[in-house]
Design a protein around this ligand. Structure first.
Ligand SMILES: CC(C)(COP(=O)(O)OP(=O)(O)OC[C@H]1O[C@@H](n2cnc3c(N)ncnc32)[C@H](O)[C@@H]1OP(=O)(O)O)[C@@H](O)C(=O)NCCC(=O)NCCS
Length: 181
């Protein structure tokens, strides 16, 4: 599934478009962008188009494109949704690194959590970040994600094995921090 339009101060979340596959694939050519995520090799345009098609049809995923200043800068979403038990795994990539550190991820994670907890029956969002990904750690913490464990020396980056910190955001914690007005 694609997610509906969500408007914030610095970011707009909206359904992705098939013709954006080339721009999206291009993000993964940059080792700086992929240093902190699991995908390290660009998928190529046909595979990216296929990913977008599959995401649109997949009932266990909700996918958004992220815009800043009227242009595509990244994607965010929740995937591997288990509707029976109410959990899914969230992720965000701002592939246009010229817009990093403007508060986009922080706002996107907050808008995404609000939508998922108030408009769907999801009750727990799983995520994580590689140790050293300060921006992701801080953005997740601001949205209410808490560390629940780690996979030790799980991924090979820049000549070393790096831990993956596992996080989750529970609906009741989010509601306590964001009471209905
Ligand atoms: C991680 C990522 C999503 C962060 O996006 P962003 O829009 O730059 O993050 P924000 O501007 O919302 O910043 C979030 C927090 O991190 C801090 N931050 C941002 N960049 C930082 C940096 N390079 N070093 C230290 N802190 C940083 C911000 O100050 C903010 O913290 P604060 O609110 O406590 O001040 C983005 O850098 C990205 O897409 N990277 C590549 C893919 C990736 O790592 N995805 C996440 C995988 S878990």
């Amino acid at each position: 599934m694609y997610g509906p339009v969500l408007r914030g101060q610095v970011a707009l979340m909206r359904p992705p478009r098939l013709e954006e596959a080339a721009a999206m694939s291009g993000w993964f050519e940059d080792l700086e962008v992929t240093a902190t995520i699991l995908r390290r090799f660009p998928p190529g345009v046909p595979a990216e188009e296929e990913w977008l098609r599959q995401a649109a049809a997949d009932p266990t995923a909700i996918q958004w494109a992220v815009e800043h200043d009227g242009r595509l800068v990244g994607t965010t979403g929740v995937h591997q949704i288990d509707w029976a038990n109410g959990f899914g795994t969230t992720g965000t990539v701002l592939g246009d690194k010229s817009v990093w550190h403007r508060g986009i991820a922080k706002e996107v994670m907050a808008m995404r959590a609000r939508f998922l907890f108030l408009e769907t029956t999801l009750r727990r969002l799983r995520s994580g970040y590689l140790v050293g990904n300060v921006a992701s750690a801080r953005a997740q913490a601001a949205a209410g994600y808490r560390e629940v464990g780690r996979w030790h020396e799980a991924y090979f980056r820049d000549g070393a094995w790096v831990d993956m910190v596992l996080t989750e955001l529970r609906r009741e914690d989010w509601l306590a921090a964001n009471p209905p007005s």
